[in-house]
Design a protein around this ligand. Structure first.
Ligand code: ATP
Ligand code: MG
Length: 581
């Protein structure tokens, strides 16, 4: 395609780690039973995510290995071994049983990023409940919608968050138990509340046996809401084998790694890769309660000697905005592998990583619905900046035309996956019709548009809903945003199609500038010219508007539909996951 050629020569000089298995399959058929064997799975005994992620390590030489280093936003530090977590999750599982919670009941968390979230999620999974984590900074409406839709029976929350949602409790008849995590102490329990510390103390630290099987529901995650109303994608315990395998393949986990996933458990990366993948692999991970600050983030890497780092394009763009000076103030030489997910990773960000971290950032693609990474740049593969990489073992990915027929390399179309991978969602909660509609002609239709190159690398074009049709040319916003990002003044860009009587749509860019740049008419003109030089003339923006920052979801994705609604003066639609509320 007419993707701007910005691959800098340096990218080839980066040594890639050797692929130790020359038969490593990039996509296609894969014998998942080999992974089950590696994980000692015996279906007769049942299959449980907590058993695979915690209990089996607690019963091995990893018992005293640190599973979790936690750092609070005020600097408090705690650490938990696999042995500790095994006992604590058993206590929580028993406490739930004591409250009358049954297998299949929904247990939701609405809590700051504290260790109790991890204990409650794995404790609930251990006794067979279906868990649902919510972002702590959600306002009352999104919490109500999700608790109503899921029919949650239990909510784990904190005193301050309880207060935030108190007015809507009468609207939640299914919600029978509030469990309050009172870290500060002294919370005067409201009638009917359970206090986390009390029910944990009263519960036994032993929970013998496995209560679930491979196909039992484990977790439901509402999607990010980037393109519309969030939907509850439901997953099963068997997904664990893919979290385990992709942790090795994509995150390149090795026994002594210290891993940091910056995602919040409120979205799928924070659970699949902030809980299930590292711990099924027995890897030590760091969790930081606080939000983004470049210097804090670098000092965490320095303090915990983080080796593998999984973050998101929006965070990388913020680090780029903060500049290179702050990187130099920290020793982050422990870092050996960096990955990114959630949005397309602009080639400029890959190149920047090369400059400041002396290694490229490895983009990978997946969705709430896919449960695990399906397309990735591997540690042993030469990174092509701007590409999502190649399918993981066991994944058949293709590009389809509008009739769901396969397209050859170089042709843009719908990204689709052959159904049947272990971590695939099993339904949308309360919406089986929508679930069915995602499968066409034997394919799962992802809703993203992409193309492949001759070597089988996948290149993201845009979400099907975001693709712009200008005078018959289909333009993906990512291509235009990435070109603008190459200009030193641009911190981030969001591109939409603006209705036009002649061209149907024209490309309009919203641009946020880096500190120290003024939004002048001259800079606007310069950016227009800059983009025109980089892109085909039909693709270059006809209009550029400066904006302080772009509207984003809680999971850090640019909400182009909001930019478009604002531009057209239309209703904003579902804004439950919008960052500010
Ligand atoms: P909703 O479905 O509610 O609109 P969402 O699609 O943003 O929300 P998620 O499941 O969190 O919810 O995000 C998955 C989507 O994020 C993908 O379909 C894709 O559009 C985008 N995405 C994730 N990783 C990448 C990547 N590496 N490159 C390009 N896009 C990506
Ligand atoms: Mg989606």
């Amino acid at each position: 395609m007419n993707y701007p050629e910005i691959t800098k020569p340096d990218i080839d000089k980066i040594p890639v780690r050797p692929n130790l298995d020359p038969n490593f399959p990039l996509g296609g058929e894969f014998d998942w039973a080999s992974i089950e064997k590696e994980m000692d799975i015996n279906h007769q005994e049942g299959l449980n995510l907590t058993h695979l992620a915690i209990d089996r390590h607690a019963a091995s030489s990893r018992r005293d290995k640190v599973a979790l280093y936690w750092e609070g936003k005020n600097g408090d530090r705690e650490s938990y071994t696999f042995g500790d977590l095994s006992k604590l999750t058993s206590r929580f599982a028993n406490a739930l049983l004591g409250l009358g919670v049954k297998k299949g009941d929904r247990v939701f968390t609405f809590l700051e990023r504290v260790p109790e979230i991890y204990i409650a999620i794995f404790g609930s999974l251990k006794m067979g409940a279906i868990v649902g984590p919510l972002f702590a900074d959600f306002g009352p409406d999104p919490v109500r919608d999700r608790l109503q839709d899921s029919g949650a029976k239990v909510l784990l929350t904190s005193p301050s968050l309880r207060e935030r949602i108190a007015p809507l409790l009468p609207e939640l008849p299914d919600l029978k138990h509030l469990i309050i995590v009172d870290r500060a102490g002294g919370y005067p329990a409201q009638a009917g509340d359970s206090i986390y510390g009390e029910i944990m103390d009263a519960a036994s630290p032993d929970f013998p046996g496995i209560t679930t099987g491979a196909e039992d529901y484990s977790i439901m995650h509402y999607t990010s809401g980037t393109t519309g109303k969030p939907k509850g994608a439901v997953h099963v315990h068997h997904a664990a084998i893919q979290h385990f395998a992709t942790g090795k393949w994509v995150l390149d986990f090795h026994e002594d790694d210290v891993y940091w996933c910056t995602a919040d458990p409120g979205w799928v990366t924070g659970t699949s890769y902030g809980m299930f993948s590292p711990w099924t692999n027995g890897i030590t991970q760091v969790v930081y309660e606080g939000g983004f600050r470049a210097s804090t983030w670098y000092s965490l890497i320095e303090r915990y000697k983080v080796t593998v780092w999984y973050t998101a394009p929006t965070a990388i763009r913020m680090l780029m905005k903060a500049g290179e000076k702050v990187v130099g103030q920290h020793d982050i030489s422990s870092l050996r592998h960096i990955c990114s997910v959630g949005e397309p990773l602009n080639p400029e960000a890959v190149i920047w990583g090369l400059k400041v971290f002396q290694q490229p950032i490895h983009d990978n693609w997946w969705q709430t619905e896919t449960g695990a990474q399906l397309i990735a740049n591997y540690a042993f593969m030469a990174v092509r900046p701007g590409s999502m990489g190649r399918p993981t073992p066991g994944i058949t990915a293709a590009i389809l035309d509008e009739n769901y027929a396969e397209l050859p390399p170089g042709k843009e179309g719908q990204l689709a996956i052959k159904p049947g991978w272990p971590s695939m969602f099993r339904t949308y909660w309360n919406n089986p019709e929508l679930y069915q509609s995602r499968f066409q002609n034997g394919w799962y239709i992802t809703g993203d548009n992409a193309y492949t190159d001759d070597d089988g690398y996948f290149w993201f074009v845009g979400r099907a809903d975001d693709v712009i049709n200008t005078a018959g040319h289909l333009v993906g916003p990512f291509e235009v945003e990435s070109a603008l990002m190459e200009h030193p003044a641009v911190a981030e860009a969001g591109v939409i199609g603006k209705p036009d009587p002649i061209a149907m749509e024209v490309v309009k860019a919203f641009v946020a500038l880096k500190d120290g740049y003024e939004p002048t008419p001259e800079l606007r003109r310069e950016l227009m010219q800059f983009a025109r030089r980089k892109l085909a003339s039909a693709t270059a923006p006809r209009d550029i508007e400066f904006i302080d920052s772009l509207p984003k979801t809680r999971s850090g994705k640019i909400m182009r539909r909001l930019l478009k609604a604002k531009e057209l003066g239309l209703p904003l639609g579902d804004t439950s996951t919008l960052e500010e509320f």
